[in-house]
Write a protein that binds this ligand. Structure first.
Ligand SMILES: Cc1cc2nc3c(=O)[nH]c(=O)nc-3n(C[C@H](O)[C@H](O)[C@H](O)COP(=O)(O)OP(=O)(O)OC[C@H]3O[C@@H](n4cnc5c(N)ncnc54)[C@H](O)[C@@H]3O)c2cc1C
Length: 234
């Protein structure tokens, strides 16, 4: 079984990406283990006695040279709201790495990555990390409105991006699973990877089955412990 650690990380920077998303980069106190896209960390919301349980956040990026790990936090409730206000030098306790992570595609695969809401972070990490040429990767990223999409200009070298918004303010109007790339023809793809709300992943998995395409979705759930012992995630 993979070794997990509990450590205090030092906040290196907290970048406001838009009104609801923050990128928090943290320095690890010891060399980081290999962390795969799709794995997550369980974050303690410090100095907040009413928030007892740690909050899970997908790993967005790992910089082994500088021993830093990043997450993207979307403000949803009190825990993520408090986390979005951390400052450089603050300490954050993480349990890491958790979850299984996605399997890596083969080197000639044509891939479709689908990310909805906070599921965008692991899809961008996988697109960057999988080592495929950009022509082999399409990404469909969905959010409620244009303001909730993060700027992906640093990632356009990893694949071709398609956006959806519920209100039509960016890209295709509708949910990701209605995007023409999915509705028209999936047969060009060897593999599909998805992370986002459960109904989205169910629809993606069902389309993949219909088209006989390998598909992986992130079924990690909210849980108290982060590794299955408390049985909340069952
Ligand atoms: C494996 C995993 C990875 C995640 N990765 C990310 C990530 O990379 N970035 C990110 O911003 N968020 C991510 N999340 C979601 C994040 O954990 C929650 O947004 C956070 O725990 C909410 O805490 P809170 O105290 O702010 O809100 P709470 O006060 O706990 O909840 C506020 C409201 O949001 C609802 N809610 C809480 N958690 C979720 C959830 N997971 N899905 C849907 N509704 C929820 C609650 O029912 C409540 O109505 C991930 C969740 C899981 C399970």
């Amino acid at each position: 079984m993979e070794k997990r650690s509990v450590d205090d990380f030092v906040v290196v920077e907290n970048i406001k990406l838009n009104n609801s998303n923050f990128l928090i980069r943290m320095l690890a106190p010891k060399p980081l283990p290999i962390i795969k896209p799709g794995q997550f960390v369980n974050v303690e919301i410090s100095n907040c006695s009413e928030i007892f349980l740690r909050r899970p956040f997908s790993v967005f990026d790992v910089d082994y040279t500088n021993n830093q790990l990043s997450i993207i936090v979307k403000i949803l409730g009190r825990g993520s709201g408090k986390l979005s206000r951390v400052k450089k030098g603050d300490l954050i306790s993480l349990v890491y790495p958790l979850g299984k992570g996605f399997t890596y595609p083969d080197k000639l695969d044509k891939i479709l990555f689908i990310g909805g809401g906070s599921g965008v972070a692991p899809m961008l990490f996988l697109a960057k990390d999988c080592g495929l040429p950009m022509n082999n990767i399409d990404l469909i990223l969905g959010a409620r409105t244009a303001d909730e999409h993060i700027n992906v200009s640093d990632y356009t070298k990893y694949g071709k991006f398609h956006f959806t918004t519920d209100d039509g303010t960016l890209g295709f109007k509708g949910v990701v699973t209605e995007h023409p790339v999915i509705k028209n023809d999936l047969s060009e793809y060897d593999k599909i990877y998805a992370c986002g709300p459960l109904p989205m992943m169910k629809a993606v998995a069902s389309d993949a089955v219909k088209n006989d395409i390998f598909c992986e979705v992130s079924l990690e759930n909210s849980m108290a412990c982060g590794f299955g012992v408390c049985l909340c995630c069952i």
